[in-house]
Structures are given as C-alpha cells and as structure tokens.
Design a protein around this ligand. Structure first.
Ligand SMILES: [Cu+2]
Length: 739
C-alpha cells in the first residue's frame, strides 16, 4: 500500500469519505502500534495480504465501527496547512545540548549495566526491574571504558511534546534569522499551525528544534538517555513505540553502544551509551599518536594528538532510534538528532592556519566548534491529520511519503545569510523519501554548490555541482554555498529546490515510497510541474547584509584522501541481495520480524529480519569485500552498514560508474533501482553484534535487516554473543542462531 493523496479540488463528500477511511485505518494502526494485534493476525484475518497490501475492509474488522467504510484506492485527505504560505517563518538552528561533567551524573556511570532494582509500573508488568536497560554482565560492559573514560556527559530524556524554555542555538539572534532564543518555543511546525499534542511528537527532551551534540575526537562521551515515554503503550496518538534504542549513526564504537535493534529499553529506565569518539584503526595504526593530522582541538587552539588513522576522520553524524520493527515510527515521531565531530583537520574554526586545519566556513571566535557559518539542516517530509496533528501510516510497507516539507522541523522556512561562504550539513531524516537538491537564484537560474563531504566524511576533493545527487535516507551531504559570488546582492533571495519526484503518474493519484519516480528539471520544479507537494522550493536564503567580519574560510582542493587499503589482504567476499518476498524460517518468535522485504546472504534464501540470527561473522582484524545487490528495478534501497566506513569499489561492475562525490568513505550505500555495488570495509578495534539494513525505515521495519557479528573466536570478546531479549523486569538472553 502506498500513500495516496486526493487532488486539492476533490469534492467535499469525497474528502469526508477519505477522512472516514483514514480514521478507520488509523484504528487498526493504533492496535498494531500497541501490540494488541500483530501483522500476522491481520494477514490471517484477510485484512492485509502477505505482500503487505491492506485489503478493503468491511464488517470483518473488529476495530472498525463503521462497517461500510472502505480503505483502498479511495485516497487519504491531504495534510491541512491552515492557510500557511511557504517562507513565512524563520528556520531555527539546532538546539545545542548542554555539556556536563560525567561526575555530575547520578548514579555514576559504570562499565557494566547498572542493575539496581526499582519498582516497575503495573502497566509494564509490575514487580521490580533494573534502572538501566542495557543488558547486564561482562558481554555488554562498555569496551575500552578504562582506556577511554568519559570526559563529557550528556543527559537527555525521550518524552512527549512540550514548550522549549532552554533553547540554545549556539549563535546570536542575528545569526539565527532574528529568532529570540529566550522566548518560549511551543512544539509546532509553523506559528500558524496547531501546537502538537504531547503524544503526537516524541523528541529528545520533548522539544524542538532538533538537538545537536558538539563532539570532538579524543573526548569520550557518556550519553545517558532516559526513557520518559508513557508507560501505557496505548498513549501514543496512534503510532510510535515507547521502547527505544539509540543508534549513533556510524559511530565507531563497541556494539553495546551502537543502539542494537534488540537492546531496547523501557519507560522509566535509562541507557548509558559510551561513545569514545576515536579514529578507526586506533588499536593498530599510529598507536603512539605522533601524526599531527590525527588530532583533536584543545580549547586554547593547540592540538591533542590521538591514535588511529587520520584518513578515517569523520565530521557529520546523526543519532536516532533503532527499535526493532518500530524505527520508522519512532524516528518520524521525533527521535532524530545530529552530532558534529570536530577534529584537528575539521575544526569548526575557519581562520587557524597550522598546516592541519582545513578551514571550512564556520567562524573563528572560539578555537573549535564555531556554528556562526556552519549550519545543520535536517530535511524530513511529514503528514498531518485534519486536526493538524502529526500522522503516520504503518501500512505503507513500500515506503511512507509525506506531503509536507520541513527543514529542522519547520515548514518551508527562510534563513538569513550574510554575503559570504556557509557550510550546510544536510541530513535526509525522512522515512522513505529521497531528495535531489538544487540551488536557484531569484531568476530561477541554477547556482553552484561545493559538495565537501558525503555521509559526514570530507571528500578527497570538493565537487562543484548545480544539483546534488539523489540523497538517500540517512545520507549526509555537507555543502558550501558562496553567497558572495558575483551577481548576488544584499536583498537577494535564493532557494534550495527539491527535484526528486515521488508522484507516480502511472498510478495516480499517489506518492510512491519505493523509489524516486523521476528527477524533474529545475525549471519544472520551479514551474510547479510536479504533483508531489515536496518538489520545488523548500528553503529560502535571504541575503541580509555584507559580512560583519571578513570571510577567512577556505575550500582547499585537497581534503581527506581515502585510507590506503592496498596492503591489507581481502580475507573474504560476501554477497547480500536485497529484495521482496522475504520469508521467515522459524526460530525465536521474540526476535523475528515479518514483512514483505528480506535479505539473502551468499546465495541463501531471502530472509525476514531476525535479530537472534547471525548472517555474517567476519574475523576480527580483517578486511572483506561485500557485494550489495538490488533484487529489482521497481525500488531503491539505501543500505546502511554499521560500525566502520567503507569505500565503494564499483557500481554495476565498474569503478567508472562511481561518481566523484561517492569516492570518499561512506556508511549508506544507495543501490539504485536494479543496481549493485561492491564495497570494502575493515573489522577492527571493537567487537560485538552490529546490523546491516535498508534505511528506507519502512523496509527496515518490515524485515529488511540482518545481524552480523565480529568474530573474535572468543578473543577479545565472546562470539557468538547471546541475543538480548529485554523486558521491564530485566534482560534475558537467548542462544543465537546462524543463517
Ligand atoms: Cu529499502
């Protein structure tokens, strides 16, 4: 089932019918989200076909009061916009999370999970259970906790929507489009749109704007995540699960801190994530920390040298929920934040010239981490019910595509800029939507951008483009826009424009979550040729003044070359095929998922996800080549492999098909319809269980996910590891199985 929209001129009766159908459908969605029925039940009752299509429903459905209502190709009503026009609100900068001393945490963080008992709410089964949801014992203790003791702590609570009274944009109001950060900020997507109900949106600390962690290499983080969501699983406004697992997207950490999909925790528990923020290779490469390029900025402008390979330096991360089968709902509902990682190379200070600092646009007031001209952009499409509350439809097994475009959770905002260079760290935080971004001037003429990073990793060299590539879900593109180019004047307006059209003209009227249907031209996008409401201008840049201080930033021709793997033997190759008609081979009902999607490993059957099953176990300390294959041309899959960046060796059999902007290090690999690619990655420094999955999170949740594990043959950690099965009363362990 794919999200369907009625045209704006549909009759009132048709809209009423569609709204009734949506409400009926929403009742089933609600029951599913509460776990009172399973997708398997719906299939058994004939309400959902095994392919995931919701059948027309009548008297058969125990949850539908109006038996005559029909769901199907009647259409869903378009999201109401309450008369709001585009570019009538300022875009808020991210809300910078407060740094704390680890010693301020109570209780103090411990290497092993804190199993101190507390009373468990009767709605969660009563009795007693541990205060920390991290699985207990040595296997789930923080690896390297003594070597990398936490130097800074963050403490956040996942909770329902509320007003923000502590907004810290990290810059002055003049650099935040005039927003008064001291004013209370209710949770709404535009000042003229309704305030969100407490259980419509669940974010970090319950507030907007989205949160930013400013991390630096050599400064290990203890991220204490409290679960403040309702103990009553039915208090979710129809979607979202109150259990969470936080994945620091492509952190090079031990598995116990990776947000493993089966290591989730419950309301009233916390989970201590230990993010050491280390360079990959630290255990074998530059171990005595003598290379100044492998370094981190000190507050006084000097550098702290660290172990590892500087070619593995990362810059732009995000972290988000990874709850098994509920990731799409939870991320969409607000469990998404970003993390900038500062290094000697990429310091967030544009002026220091010490032979190490690259000097990308940022500002220079502080030694590191200046945000003045370094701006995080979180792109996400949303949908709303007729009351203006956030809405979601978990039956969109092909992909959930919204009809309202947001940047930093604000509906089509504007952003004031000076006539100078800016860095934008762009994240695609959608559930299933791809973006293809162009920059247009006021006349609609395409303007140049410099792409400097892909998936948060600085490229070997910048790439000059007037339209970026299609950006898959979870991909990060860092770009630089030079607003001081000839022809741009104070008073001008430029726009970021989305060219990736998800409207399927052959099955109108509907938006298709399987893939981009076509890339429109800039002229088509600006001319309104697409019926996809998220195609066209979505962010307005207003050039408001000449720079107050000179722009000292640089865009060097050489940034970070790829690590040289030529001397490291390839110990094994594996093939993973991503496609439909995944099957469940039985096993543990507590760890298996179900759905139309699946992954076939090394010629085996196309299998549904099961986080108790290990599909690959590369040896610790080795390098492998993995072939990722799309089983069909009808869909695209952005594949995310956790743990360490890889390099793309070929697309459809040839390195010549790998575009310049994909020749750096990656952690999300777009297969493209019918496409295949080969990547290489290393397995070192840390151990445990990790994941590989499609980051179209509707595909992921509907069984396109597998578990792989770094096999140390018992050293320095156990393998295979027992599978955690969390309950509010404590985590039990099941024996893992192999594909
Ligand atoms: Cu997919």
């Amino acid at each position: 089932m794919t999200r369907i929209y009625l045209p704006g001129n549909a009759s009132k009766a048709r809209l009423r019918e569609a709204e009734r159908a949506r409400r009926n459908r929403a009742e089933i969605v609600r029951e599913l989200s509460w776990g009172r029925v399973s997708r398997r039940d719906l299939i058994r009752w004939g309400l959902v076909t095994s392919a995931g299509v919701l059948a027309p429903i009548g008297g058969l459905n125990p949850f539908v009061s109006e038996a005559a209502a029909a769901v199907g190709p009647t259409g869903l009503p378009p999201s109401p916009l309450f008369g709001v026009r585009a570019f009538t609100q300022p875009m808020p900068r991210f809300d910078v999370l407060q740094r704390k001393a680890p010693s301020s945490l109570n209780p103090r963080p411990t290497a092993m999970s804190n199993q101190t008992q507390q009373v468990v709410d009767p709605l969660l089964g009563g009795g007693t259970g541990p205060i920390e949801g991290r699985p207990p014992g040595a296997v789930w203790a923080h690896q390297g906790f003594d070597r990398y003791p936490p130097a800074v702590a963050y403490e956040v609570t996942q909770r329902g929507a509320r007003s923000n009274t502590t907004y810290n944009p990290g810059v002055s109001s003049a650099l935040n489009s005039g927003i008064n950060a001291g004013a209370e900020m209710p949770l709404r997507f535009h000042p003229a749109m309704p305030i969100q109900d407490e259980n419509s949106v669940w974010t970090f600390n319950g507030t907007i704007p989205p949160k930013l962690v400013q991390a630096r290499y050599g400064e290990p983080i203890l991220f204490r995540h409290h679960n403040g969501l309702p103990v009553d699983v039915t208090q979710n406004a129809g979607f979202g699960r109150h259990t969470i697992s936080t994945h620091e997207h492509n952190g090079h950490h031990g598995a116990e801190n990776d947000g493993f999909t089966g290591a989730f925790f419950f309301p009233n528990q916390y989970y201590d994530y230990h993010w050491p923020v280390v360079l990959a290779g630290w255990s074998t490469f530059n171990t005595n920390a003598v290379d100044p390029k492998a370094s981190s900025p000190n507050d006084d402008g000097s550098l702290k040298l660290i172990a590892g390979d500087w070619h593995e330096t990362m810059s732009t991360h995000w972290f988000h929920d990874h709850m098994f089968s509920f990731t799409a709902q939870n991320v969409y509902k607000g469990n998404a934040a970003m993390m900038n990682i500062y290094s000697g190379l990429d310091r967030g200070n544009e002026s220091i010239r010490d032979g190490v600092n690259i000097g990308l646009p940022s500002g220079n007031a502080k030694a590191w981490g200046n945000l003045d001209y370094d701006v995080n952009l979180m792109l996400a499409d949303k949908a709303f019910d007729q009351d203006g509350q956030l809405a979601f439809d978990i039956f969109e097994f092909d992909g959930f595509v919204g009809d309202v475009m947001t940047v930093n959770l604000a509906y089509k905002p504007y952003f004031e800029v000076e006539r100078r260079r800016y860095r934008f760290r762009i994240l695609n935080a959608s559930v299933s939507r791809f973006f293809k971004i162009a920059l247009a001037d006021a006349s609609g003429v395409a303007q140049q951008m410099y792409q400097v990073a892909n998936d948060g990793n600085l490229l070997p060299s910048p790439v000059i483009l007037t339209a970026l590539d299609e950006m898959g879900i979870a991909e990060r593109y860092d770009i630089i826009i030079d607003f001081s180019r000839p022809g741009i004047r104070v008073g001008d307006k430029l726009h970021l424009v989305n060219l990736a059209d998800h409207f399927d003209v052959e099955e109108r009227p509907r938006l298709n979550g399987k893939k981009v249907i076509r890339d429109v031209t800039l002229a088509e996008a600006l001319g309104g040729a697409s019926q996809d409401p998220c195609v066209g201008r979505f962010l307005e840049f207003r050039v408001v003044r000449d720079p107050v201080t000179p722009d000292t930033s640089r865009i060097p021709l050489q940034m970070i070359p790829n690590p040289n793997l030529s001397l490291i033997p390839v110990s094994r190759e594996r093939t993973f095929v991503f496609g439909r008609d995944g099957i469940n081979v039985g096993g543990d009902p507590l760890t298996q998922g179900e759905g139309p999607w699946g992954i076939g490993t090394d010629g085996g059957a196309m299998l549904n996800a099961d986080y108790g099953r290990i599909s690959a176990a590369p040896q610790y300390g080795t390098r492998e080549i993995w072939h990722l294959v799309n089983d069909g041309a009808g869909w695209d899959h952005p594949i995310h492999i956790h743990f360490e960046e890889g390099q793309i060796l070929s697309r459809n059999g040839s390195f010549a098909n790998v575009p310049a902007w994909e020749r750096g290090r990656k952690d999300v690999y777009r297969l493209r319809p019918g496409g295949r690619l080969s990547i290489t990655m290393q397995f070192r420094d840390w151990g445990g269980m990790f994941m590989e999955h499609c980051h179209n999170t509707m595909h992921e949740d509907n069984a396109m996910l597998l578990r792989w594990e770094i096999n140390g043959s018992g050293q320095p950690f156990l393998a295979p590891l027992p599978t955690p099965v969390p309950t509010p009363q404590g985590v039990t362990f099941h024996d893992p199985r192999f594909t």
